[in-house]
Structure formats: C-alpha cells, structure tokens
Write a protein that binds this ligand. Structure first.
Ligand code: GRF
Length: 212
C-alpha cells in the first residue's frame, strides 16, 4: 500500500503540521505530505515545511475576488500535487462548499475542544475556560458544510485545572492534538474509517499490527 498523499492547509504556527511531519518521519503515519498551502505569507508553518523540503505555496485572499475563488485556486493546487486527503491544521477560514466538492469526504480538521461543545469559533479554549467545564480536549473530524459539525474521527480529553489560564489549558490540549491528528491521518491512510451517518466506525487493523 503506497503512502497516502496529504495536502495540509495552515495559517500560522504550524505545530500540528510539525507533529504530522514527525509522525510520518517516525513511520507512525503511513502518509507523505504532497503540499503545504498557507493563506498567510508570514505563517511560521511555511518555515517548518521548508526545513523538511516539502513543497509549499502561499495563496492569499487579497489576490482573488472572493474567498470562493481563492479556495478554488487552493483546491486546484492540491489536485495538481496529487493530494488524496486534505488536512486543515490551524487553517483560519471556513472551507467553501466548492472546495469540499473537490475533495468529497476527504477533508479533515483538528479543533481544540470536545465537539459539539465550543465549535464554530477560533477561541474554543477560552470559551471552555470561561464556561467552567471541568474537562476539555480536542477533536479530529471530517469537514462538511456544517462548520465543526462533521462526523467525529477521534477525540482526546484533558482536565481543566483550578489554576488554568487560557494558555495553560491550550498547551495541555495542544499536546493531545499532536497525538490524535497524525493517528487520524494514519487511520484514513489505511482505509480504516467508515462513515455511517454521523458516526465514524474505526475498523480493526487488518494486518494484526498494533494500533498506535
Ligand atoms: C490548534 O489549536 C488547532 O486545533 C486549531 O488551530 C490551532 C493551530 O495550531 N484549529 P498550530 O498552527 O497547528 O500550531
């Protein structure tokens, strides 16, 4: 089975991209990164991709008449590079219906809360802290036209501590993001995800290999 070709969309720091590249390098995620696309030229994520010699592109909103046109250009670039799965790893814009139509059932996102709680925004960790939940975490899910509402692939929970700040809670969640995103990509790559309505069934490993 050849490695899954993955396109990664980023907007900023790129620590999830880093975790994915590291898991691939360690042989834990059966994939290769075909292309990294950023909608911001100054995203640190681009430097991380460059350090690994991974093809990267900047496709900014201001160079297009609409978000739709910009995302069609991103989808075309991903297709040119043979991307079979698109990973949103800290991409700060809602994905358009046209983009999703170009990659049906092949776009996944990492979100820093236990969905369906605290979806839809860019400040999920702050919202969780302010709400007073005692447990938070992160979710990898398929992307549909319902923002943050697509079928859930993996989740990880973390406790909220008495003395947490937004930053300390976000850091605890981020550690789990870095574990479950590469794992979800590996499950997809191995054909182990079956979407049944809202539920994603995870098939057992076919080769008897240990789950990671
Ligand atoms: C992460 O918290 C992710 O869950 C959210 O955006 C952040 C991106 O962080 N969607 P990074 O750029 O991967 O470091």
């Amino acid at each position: 089975m050849s490695a899954l070709r993955v396109g990664v969309l980023v907007s900023g720091r790129g620590s999830n991209l880093q975790a994915l590249m590291d898991a691939i390098a360690r042989g834990e995620t059966h994939a290769e990164i075909a292309l990294v696309v950023s909608n911001h030229a100054d995203a640190y994520a681009l430097r991380r991709a460059e350090a690994r010699g991974i093809p990267r592109l900047v496709i900014e909103r201001r160079d297009f008449p609409s978000r739709r046109a910009q995302q069609l250009a991103i989808a075309a670039a991903l297709q040119r590079h043979g991307a079979e799965l698109v990973v949103l790893a800290g991409f700060d814009r809602v994905i358009t219906a046209d983009f999703l139509a170009a990659f049906p059932g092949r776009v996944i996102n990492i979100h820093p809360s236990l969905l369906p709680s605290f979806g839809g925004g860019l400040h999920a960790q702050a919202e969780a802290l302010a709400y007073g939940v005692k447990v938070s975490g992160c979710t990898v899910h398929f992307v549909t036209n319902d923002v943050d509402g697509g079928p859930i692939i993996l989740q990880a929970a973390v406790p909220v501590m008495e003395d947490d700040s937004v930053d300390s809670l976000a850091a605890r969640i981020l550690e789990q993001e870095h574990a479950i995103l590469p794992r979800a990509v590996d499950l997809f790559a191995r054909g182990r995800l079956v979407v049944e309505g809202r539920r994603v069934r995870i098939l057992p490993a076919s080769d008897g290999a240990a789950d990671n």
